[in-house]
Structure formats: structure tokens, C-alpha cells
Design a protein around this ligand. Structure first.
Ligand code: SF4
Length: 258
């Protein structure tokens, strides 16, 4: 059958349009890929500079007794950031966070949710070891805050997991770890923005305490569900405003599917 000329013209026009659209799509994808790598390079550069400065810090008394500053480690593109208390003896020796027995326990719990430490970012509220592993003092946590603040801003995680009472007090002041563990809370903090926080017992505290250990393992297994919930807008029926924070601020507690 002979194709009529106007019809042939129309077909050619449609073909040209498809080729053009395909070309635009290809260019857009290349641009997005280029932008992704460029952003990543900028982020990495910012992070390297931050770590270089952090290693030279002597803003508080902890630097006088520790061997080295332990900035943190992991993926700078991480969706989940873990924040603990401070380096212990092993961490101080190796310059890496969570590498002692508590770190091994953390690795095991990460494996239980199919993650490795390279998939997340791990940091502490103080970057230098308190002498004799004592609790960090509020003024030391405050002195070290600018480093942690910048780490959070660069990584921009979807979920911040608070390990133990010191990390909890920094981000959700006035809360008790025994009451808030295993609960997720979305909160705006002026210096960093809005984040979802999820509180857990510290692995070092739970390591040799049978019941606390069980609770921690169980809470830890909920992390994937919390992450999923953190990505969604909050449904009004899931909002529980009973939770009061110091400074008259209120966080939003939300449920998640277990
Ligand atoms: S604990 Fe933080 S503020 Fe204090 S010296 Fe170490 S890095 Fe600096």
C-alpha cells in the first residue's frame, strides 16, 4: 500500500521529535550525574577540611590528656548517623570511634539490619577521650559542639541515632533514656534544622547488662522502619505531643510500623 505524502511527513516529524526528546533526556541524565558527583566532591572537600581543623583543636581540657582527636568515620552520604558519647581507650589509641568491645557489639547490631559501619556515619559528642573514661562535662560537650554541628550539616542524614544519655541530652534535653529509648522524635534545632532523632541505650552500658542488652537489640532492629517513617510526612493520627522538651520546646513523637 502506498503511504500518502502528508502522512509520511507527519511520521517523519514524530520521529524527529522522539529523537530530540531522547537527546534532551540523555543530556539531562548526564547533567544530573555530573551534578551528583560534583556535589559529592564538594562535600568530601568540606569534610576533609573540617577533619583537618578538628585534629588541631585544643578548645577544651580534654585535649591535654588524650592521645588524639577522634573525628568520626563512615560514609559522608550516609542516611543514618550514630552519635555516641566520646572515645574510650581503644578509640584514643587508634583514632577511630567505636572500635573496642562496644564497637564490636555495634558492628554486630548493624549486621543484624544488613548494614556495615561503612554504610553509616559514626561520631561522638566529644572528640577527645575524657580521662579514665569519665563522663564528658557539659562545658566539654558545648566546646565540641561546633565540630559535631558541622558534621551533621555536611552529612545531612535522614536519621540521627542517639547512643546513650549524653547524646540524648544534647539533642533532646530533659529526656530520660529509660523512657525515650526506642522512640523517634522529629525536632527543629535552629543551628542544624529539622531532623528525626531515635534514642537507644549506649552499647557500652548495655553490653554486660542482660535486660538492657535485649532492649537495645530489639530497639536497634526497628531502625529500618524508623528510617522509612522518617522519610514520610507525619500523619496527624501518629502525632503524640505528650513529649515535652526543656526550653519550652515540643518535639513531635511519631509511630512507625515495626
Ligand atoms: S573534645 Fe572537642 S573541643 Fe575539646 S579539644 Fe577535643 S576536639 Fe576540641
Amino acid at each position: 500500500m502506498k503511504i500518502q505524502k502528508p502522512k509520511l511527513k507527519q511520521q517523519l516529524k514524530a520521529q524527529r521529535l522522539i529523537v530530540k526528546l531522547f537527546f534532551i533526556l540523555k543530556l539531562s541524565l548526564q547533567f544530573l550525574r555530573f551534578k551528583f558527583y560534583l556535589d559529592l566532591m564538594i562535600k568530601q572537600e568540606q569534610f576533609n577540611k573540617l577533619n583537618e581543623k578538628m585534629l588541631l583543636c585544643s578548645q577544651c581540657i580534654l585535649r591535654e590528656t588524650c592521645r588524639t582527636v577522634v573525628p568520626g568515620e563512615g560514609l559522608i552520604e550516609a542516611e543514618i548517623m550514630f552519635i555516641g558519647e566520646g572515645p574510650g581507650q581503644k578509640e584514643d589509641e587508634l583514632g577511630r570511634p567505636f572500635v573496642g568491645t562496644a564497637g564490636k557489639f555495634l558492628d554486630e547490631m548493624l549486621a543484624s539490619i544488613n548494614l556495615k559501619r561503612e554504610d553509616v556515619y559514626i561520631a561522638n559528642v566529644v572528640k577527645c577521650r575524657p580521662p579514665g573514661n569519665r563522663d564528658p562535662l557539659p562545658e566539654e560537650i558545648e566546646a565540641c559542639w561546633p565540630w559535631l554541628r558541622e558534621q551533621i550539616k555536611i552529612i545531612n542524614p535522614k536519621l540521627i541515632v542517639l547512643l546513650g544519655k549524653h547524646a540524648l541530652e544534647k539533642f533532646l534535653p530533659g529526656q530520660k533514656i529509660s523512657q525515650i529509648h526506642g522512640k523517634a522524635l522529629r525536632r527543629y534545632i535552629p543551628e542544624i534544622g529539622t531532623y528525626v532523632f531515635y534514642a537507644l541505650y549506649h552499647p557500652a552500658a548495655a553490653l554486660y547488662n542482660g535486660s538492657m542488652r535485649e532492649v537495645l537489640i530489639s530497639d536497634f532492629k526497628k531502625i529500618p522502619a524508623v528510617l522509612k517513617a522518617a522519610e514520610k510526612p507525619i500523619k496527624i493520627e501518629n502525632v503524640n505531643t505528650n513529649i515535652k522538651l526543656k526550653e519550652n520546646k515540643q518535639g513531635i513523637l511519631f509511630n512507625f510500623n515495626e
